[in-house]
Design a binder for this molecule. Structure first.
Ligand code: C5P
Length: 232
């Protein structure tokens, strides 16, 4: 039996809709090249698995990844940040209970992607690509109140807690989950993770563990937070 066998886990999220983004985004430069990052999607997929195990209906909006989709999730495969935002809005026409932004969204995209493959010019040693900012998906969803509880991730390499706290406020989130991606043993592409969970008035640092085990603890924390804010 796995940690998440339904028989073993309370079904207290039955009737709730959780929307989770995962993986990287892929921003086209031309038809064969793109800008992306090393996100594996493991954390978002583990969160989807943990929420499904507790009875939630989960929409998993995923950038391109190499891992298997969680059984029972409604998967929407996207590439760019613009596509990811549109898929999120479409999925939350009716307000979701929880939104978790676990995707590593590219900060920039091409101002105008090329329709044809860019050709090497024999007389040019340098080219310049003009990039423009991508939309901030989670901040947009927070502004539009698309979910009752919004949870973001903050991957930082320094001043982890301080930067995460300012993101919590700036993006209008309820919870931010911060991790130090300068450490080789956790974060991007690793099976383990160690995070600090931050809300307006609480900071919690669970022990380093597998992304699967951590996902169960995070789903528990998010649900507790949602229950408390709905009765206060
Ligand atoms: O990249 P950044 O540190 O700002 O990411 C923090 C949070 O914001 C993450 O939850 C990420 O999924 C989300 N984000 C987003 N849209 C962006 C950039 C980040 O939803 N364009």
């Amino acid at each position: 039996m796995t940690h998440f066998d339904k028989a073993q886990v309370t079904q207290d999220l039955t009737g709730q809709h959780w929307v989770i983004t995962a993986g990287p985004t892929m921003e086209a430069i031309d038809p064969v090249r793109f800008i992306s990052n090393h996100s594996s999607g493991k954390m978002g997929y583990a969160l989807a698995t943990a929420a499904i195990a507790r009875g939630a209906t989960v929409t998993l909006i995923s950038g391109p990844v190499q891992i298997t989709a969680p059984a029972g999730a409604k998967i929407i495969a996207v590439k760019s940040a613009d596509e990811m935002l549109a898929a999120c809005q479409q999925s939350m026409i009716t307000q979701a209970d929880v939104f978790i932004g676990a995707a590593a969204v590219a900060d920039f995209k091409m101002k105008a992607a090329c329709d044809q493959k860019m050709k090497k010019q024999s007389d040019t040693d340098e080219i310049t690509l003009t990039l423009v900012k991508n939309p901030d998906i989670i901040a947009t969803l927070a502004q539009q109140k698309r979910a009752k509880t919004l949870v973001g991730f903050a991957a930082e390499t320094q001043n982890v807690i301080e930067y995460a706290k300012s993101k919590l406020e700036r993006k209008g989130l309820d919870i931010i989950i911060a991790n130090d991606v300068s450490r080789a043993d956790i974060g991007f592409n690793q099976d383990d993770n160690q995070v600090t969970v931050i809300t307006k008035d609480k900071t919690w640092s669970p022990d380093k563990t597998t992304k699967n085990a951590l996902a169960g603890q995070l789903v528990e924390f998010i649900n507790e937070y949602a229950l408390q804010t709905s009765i206060s």
